[in-house]
Design a protein around this ligand. Structure first.
Ligand code: AMP
Length: 356
């Protein structure tokens, strides 16, 4: 259990806004941050002490990075596991490569979540159109077909409502390494962001509701309106999964609500967009708790001091900064990205309200 004291250097794989907010939280605790990312335009690098711009497969660059940092983490789940394993042979890396490997593969992830005692929708492995037809017979229609790896924001998935749509959908998704899921007629989408320390202590933020538009998170309502039973059920699911993974760092558990029950949809082995509100509305944010966890420090309180609604600012929304800054209860965050492409996450606004 390495203790990485303040003034040490934290290496972060990935240079996006999550890395940027991690670096800002790390700086508040007295750490320096070194970003490793392949993209020259990395918003995290603008607020970090050091930046290695190299592909994740560049072994020489990784070795120099390892020599320059005291601990490493990642802000992006599609980092090659070989990169994380290579680093972990030289320095502590949290979350570990096993957590990354499981959460990179929707099938392994669902098997793991089920083994942890949590519910998911019914699912099946699919490696051909015939498998998908068999899955449709067993799970019913509509059926959601997804690639096992590298999907995000609704990419790499198709909903099939009719048998005739199955074969074209399987072909469009690349024929193999797919998962079929029973379609969930959920009431709402929610998530729990949880931090787990090197010593196994856990700090879970309250359940939040996530509203998506065009498959991209639009708004997080925190805390979610939920019965104590539902909130406790979601909290227990997150604790069970984080505990079974022996996870260190912040983990996000995305779930569907069906009545008083939750079904786990997806895990993210990193700080998460549905936890951005914690910067402005909680005693200690998800970003700071991730830094505390990986450095072996005590976790901070996840208790909210305000209610919050976090709105993502996509593309040109970011140009409305003067409007957001004029709102007395809003906090505006700009990720400093140079190009405001349509749908790109450019910043967010968190509006604060008294806790009722
Ligand atoms: P994912 O990439 O798995 O997070 O899926 C993206 C979005 O698609 C989710 O946020 C849901 O809105 C929807 N979705 C994913 N899986 C299912 C499912 N099995 N049933 C219904 N909707 C789903």
């Amino acid at each position: 259990m390495p203790l990485i004291p303040p003034h040490s250097t934290i290496g972060i794989l990935g240079g996006g806004q999550l890395g940027r907010m991690l670096a800002l939280a790390a700086a508040e605790l007295g750490y320096k941050v070194h970003i490793f990312a392949p993209e020259a335009d990395s918003p995290a690098a603008d607020v970090a002490a050091d930046f290695t711009c190299a592909p994740y497969e560049d072994i020489a660059a990784l070795e120099r990075f390892a020599a320059a940092v005291d601990v490493a983490t990642y802000e992006f789940e599609n980092i090659p596991t070989a990169t994380v394993r290579h680093l972990a042979a030289m320095i502590p890396v949290f979350p570990d490569a096993d957590a990354l490997e499981i959460t990179q593969d929707r099938l392994r992830e669902k098997d793991f979540v089920s083994a942890a005692g949590a519910r998911t929708t019914a699912y099946a492995a699919v490696d051909s159109a015939a498998d998908a037809v068999a899955a449709a017979e067993r799970l019913g229609l509509p059926l959601v077909l997804k690639t096992r790896r590298f999907g995000y924001d609704g990419k790499g998935q198709r909903i099939v409502r009719d048998n005739s749509e199955i074969a074209p959908a399987v072909t469009a998704l690349g024929d193999v390494n797919l998962i079929a899921e029973a379609f969930v007629a959920f009431e709402r989408e929610v998530s729990v962001v949880i931090a787990r320390g090197q010593d196994g202590a856990m700090a879970a933020y309250p359940l939040v509701e996530n509203r998506h538009e065009h498959h991209i998170l639009a708004e997080t309502i925190a805390p979610a309106e939920a019965s104590p039973r539902l909130a406790a059920c979601a909290d227990q699911v997150a604790r069970a999964v984080a505990g079974k993974l022996r996870y260190v760092g912040v983990l996000a558990v995305e779930m569907f609500v069906l009545g008083e029950e939750v079904l786990v949809n997806e895990l993210a082995p990193r700080v998460h967009n549905s936890g951005h509100w914690t910067i402005d509305a909680c005693a200690v944010s998800q970003f700071e708790n991730h830094i505390r966890a990986i450095c072996g420090l005590p976790l901070g309180s996840p208790a909210p001091h305000s209610r919050a609604v976090m709105q993502n600012l996509l593309g040109d929304d970011i140009g409305r900064y003067a409007e957001f800054l004029a709102e007395p209860n809003a906090r505006f965050h700009d990720y400093g990205k140079r190009e405001a492409r349509a749908g790109r996450k450019m910043g967010h606004v968190t509006r604060l309200y008294p806790l009722s």
